[in-house]
Design a protein around this ligand. Structure first.
Ligand code: SF4
Length: 426
């Protein structure tokens, strides 16, 4: 979402005559677009601001802005955290950046952290960094109040773009030759266009048709909201990728209740069965939190058992850190010792690596279709890409270029990657 926002911000500033530079030392203006989901975000920003201090000495007039969820969360207090901040903006006020920058140039340190409930940045053509894959935000904000999460405080209430504006953007991307489009939202299942009556399944179907022949992905779905109609759309449209990211956070119903996730372990498993029954071969990925408030060894084992049962293709795994202002911070004791959190996280990671390794080695000998994205980091004679099921594949170049769809025979694998050779040359 932040990457998509950065593309919107770049576009807004380019309209005002600003030019992007790849050489940080030549910049007159540095904007840090920040995420507040985890505790270490502020630490990272402070380190970056420290590094920029030296540059400000060498380059008087260099302006630095901090924008996004971290200033929205800490508000004007951020100015007190570092002298090296000239302006602050929250996720709803990027249209005000030119004014904030102009004021900063005149020595006025300003912040605009308003929540603008209707802001979707509809109508701004993002300045895209890639030429193969594009993000298209379809909704912003979140009305769920998961007890551990800052997003409802930083990104505000849910609001959706119109179906027409999304489809127009998708059609422009298809015309420009993009090969993959990812629809984005904190909780895409809450998408709703009051004029057309489209919910997310309807929007996804229209996008699938408008982008025929182009891969379509979406993220993120909430387990309590993913519907049969959405799963049917995935199954019926060949270009809608068979990969679903469905964050579960914990395998214990007791923990899910304390997290206010709105579903039980059993309900989650029913959703997985519904998806797998309709979309054979679908891969499922998830998010997991180790050591949440009150988590016992038994709760943790429930998470491990759920991982064994579902066999997630991959997971984003973290140990719990308190985010001030959330329900959990105010009402639930953070009572799992850090050592225990880290040990549980290690167990979760080890299990995920084992499962991913097993799922990947089952692909050896299969031919998979890969959208080549870039040169591989391993070697310039290899390309890196992804399958429709979102598996990373590294393969011999054989004359192919990024953007090509390549049939690759898988010869070996690790827990993170499939490695293979194209079955033909370009
Ligand atoms: S669904 Fe829950 S975890 Fe996801 S953004 Fe909303 S509040 Fe946060």
């Amino acid at each position: 979402m932040n990457q998509a926002d950065s593309e919107i911000i770049t576009s807004l500033l380019q309209d005002e005559g600003y030019v992007v530079t790849d050489v940080e030392d030549s910049a007159d203006l540095v904007i840090l677009n920040t995420c507040a989901v985890r505790e270490n975000a502020v630490e990272k920003i402070m380190n970056t601001l420290d590094n920029l201090k030296g540059k400000r000495r060498l380059r008087p007039g260099l302006l630095v802005g901090v924008i996004g969820c971290v200033p929205q969360y800490y508000r004007e207090k951020m100015f007190g955290m570092s002298e090296g901040i000239d302006f602050l903006a929250g996720p709803d006020t990027y249209r005000q950046l030119p004014l904030l920058i102009e004021n900063a140039e005149r020595g006025i340190r300003g912040a605009n952290l308003a929540h603008i409930p209707e802001e979707t940045y509809q109508g701004i053509e993002p300045s895209r960094t890639g030429r193969i894959s594009a993000f298209v935000p379809v909704m912003r904000g979140c009305n769920n109040m998961c007890a551990f999460c800052v997003v409802p405080f930083t990104r505000g209430k849910e609001r959706s773009r119109s179906t027409t504006s999304v489809i127009d953007e998708v059609e422009r991307l298809v015309e420009k030759g993009y090969k993959e489009i990812t629809l984005l939202g904190q909780n895409v299942n809450s998408y709703y266009d009051g004029d057309t009556g489209d919910r997310f399944a309807g929007l996804l179907e229209k996008v699938g048709i408008a982008a025929k022949g182009v891969r379509v992905r979406f993220t993120t779905s909430h387990p309590k909201d993913i519907s049969e109609s959405l799963v049917r759309v995935i199954a019926e449209h060949e270009n809608i990728c068979n990969a679903v990211h469905l964050p579960v956070q914990s395998g214990s119903t007791r923990m899910l209740e304390l997290m206010n996730r709105g579903h039980s372990r059993e309900e989650y498993l029913e959703k997985i069965a519904m998806i797998r029954n309709s979309v054979p071969g679908v891969t499922i990925s998830t998010d997991l939190i180790a050591g949440y408030c009150g988590e016992t060894e038994e709760d943790h084992c429930e998470t491990l058992r759920m991982m064994e049962e579902v066999r997630f293709d991959f997971s984003y795994m973290f140990y719990y850190s308190v985010r001030p202002g959330t329900y959990a911070a105010e009402h639930l004791p953070d009572d799992v010792p850090e050592k225990v959190k880290k040990r549980r996280l290690e167990e979760i990671i080890a299990l995920q690596n084992r499962i991913s390794g097993e799922l990947h080695s089952a692909e050896i000998g299969n031919v998979v279709e890969v959208l080549a994205e870039s040169e591989s980091k391993r070697s310039e004679t290899m390309l890196m890409g992804r399958t429709g099921t979102n598996r990373v594949v590294v393969f011999d170049r054989n004359g192919f270029l990024p953007g090509d769809l390549v049939q690759v025979c898988i010869a070996s694998s690790t827990s993170a990657t499939l490695v293979g050779t194209p079955v033909s040359s370009s």
